[in-house]
Design a protein around this ligand. Sequence first.
Ligand code: F6R
Length: 590
Amino acid sequence: MAVCSIIGYKGNSYAAPLLVESLKKMEYRGYDSVGIATIENGNILVKKGVGKVAQVSKTLDLQNMPGQIGIGHTRWATHGGITDTNAHPHEGCSSEIAVVHNGIVENYKELKKDLIASGHSFKSETDSEVIAHLLEEEYSQLHDKVQAIVQVCNKLDGAYAFVAVFGDSTICGSRYDEPLIIGLPDNGYFISSDVLGFLQYTDKAIFLDNKDIVVITGENLSLYDSSGKAVSRSITQVAWELGAADKGIYAHHTLKEIHEQKKTVLKGMIQNEEDLTRFCDILLNAKSIYITGSGTSYHCALLAKHIFAKLAKVRVEPVISSEFQYVLDFIDKDSVILAISQSGETADVLNSVKHAKELGAKILSIVNISTSSLARISDSFLTVNCGPEIGVAATKSFTGQLAVFYTVIDKLCNSAIGINSKRQAIESAIELLLSTEEQTIRIADLLKDIRDIYILGKSLHFPIALEGALKIKELTYIHAEGIAAGEIKHGPLALIDNNSIVIVINPRDNTYDDVLSNAHEIKSRGATLIGISNQSEEVYDHFIKLPNFDSILYPLVEIIPLQLLAYHLALKKNADPDYPRNLAKSVTVK
Ligand code: F6R
């Protein structure tokens, strides 16, 4: 049922407070309702309700639920409205099984019909509830939990990760194309959608393969493959520092992550030489290169196209991941698909690369989470290494991805950019742009009641216009549109009047004069102009100064004032910048 977070715990401590803390850490994944089931003396106790973790936890006193075994869930609705009943966990008829689920059961209607015909009655409108009833049905016939899960998984269509508890204190789960990771603290186990669910307790993890089954009975953890045969999986040490997911001195994760860019951009430039060589060799041997990603990551793909063309003289084709299936006719064994994704779990991205892989293409990826599904199915991958990004809006991962691209280009083109010798200049430029925050607060004040904002950029600056507009849309709910500056006269100029606000990204490079003319055309129709440039012009009503910089590197820094503006506009509009309405951080459903 959705882009959700799931967590299970069994161990020597009380489960409920641990589960609540874990859910808070993963709330960015989905956040319209919350629920927990714990077991005490053979009884499953379920509490769930609509709202964010802190609020529901307080109202329902989740923290004080009894028992040392339990499961928890935050939901982002896809099937069934946002109601207490549709929140997870879901129970079977007998209340001896409770289940939390992430994903979509595509054939839930047929399964539900069959289960109702066999006497099951359903409480919610969700697809997820069928898993609880199916498991109950299979277990009542087979009396073997592993075999029951094998049968359940065989019947589910679509991607899933689920964790179930039985009244006899067994906890178990399985996954297919949705993440499920086991955390191994002393004296217990976690089963989680994300390492952030247990990273404060342990950095030891087992990443389950697709269709693996985990069963924890007593103090023992056992793993099985999709046929129910026992398997073993290696233990990975997770690298992120504890505490990296906290807000620190900042009011919101988003603001912290914007400020972290001073460091994270530099981290993106540090790549293991062997990995980089392998990655670049695959690119060099490609007959055709497609770059794919969703949302912000797609904007990075658009920038990569310009950077590859300008410096490597290589043609790469950016394709939005959700559109990728329509270019499959052109993909063959000589193609390379370079996928960009912060999470490495975005369903549209994973589907694209899976289709391409089936056609024989090589898969490269740039990911922030090196243990993600995308990294694991890639022939070679590079990491952004910017630490956990909790704010739903991508900020530091975007500039981090870009930093990786500059590094790749330097490797391919004999240090054409010389990125490593420019680290200091980049750091100072980012610092300078971060210091425009006060200015962006004043501009946010002027824009807070505006209905539409247009952002113009040309060439390298057009993807930044798109990305700036995306940040404003998702954080502030104001309609914002990124426009290729030269296109203004082909239609959008008709929208411009005395009330229009237009942001013009125009640092001095080969696009400067053309974009300045566009700015004048807009100004003469009465609009208010905000210029982002290293050169001030009379045409701008407000001006954010960029440093003098290598023109190819401008995208890395010119996005920062737009991120800050979106953040402060969100505050002025009383919107929560960390958790925009209707959105989830990792969109693991189609
Ligand atoms: C926008 C945003 C989304 C993501 C998109 C892809 O701020 O965060 O548009 O960029 O959902 O996510 P990843 O990069 O995890 O594949």
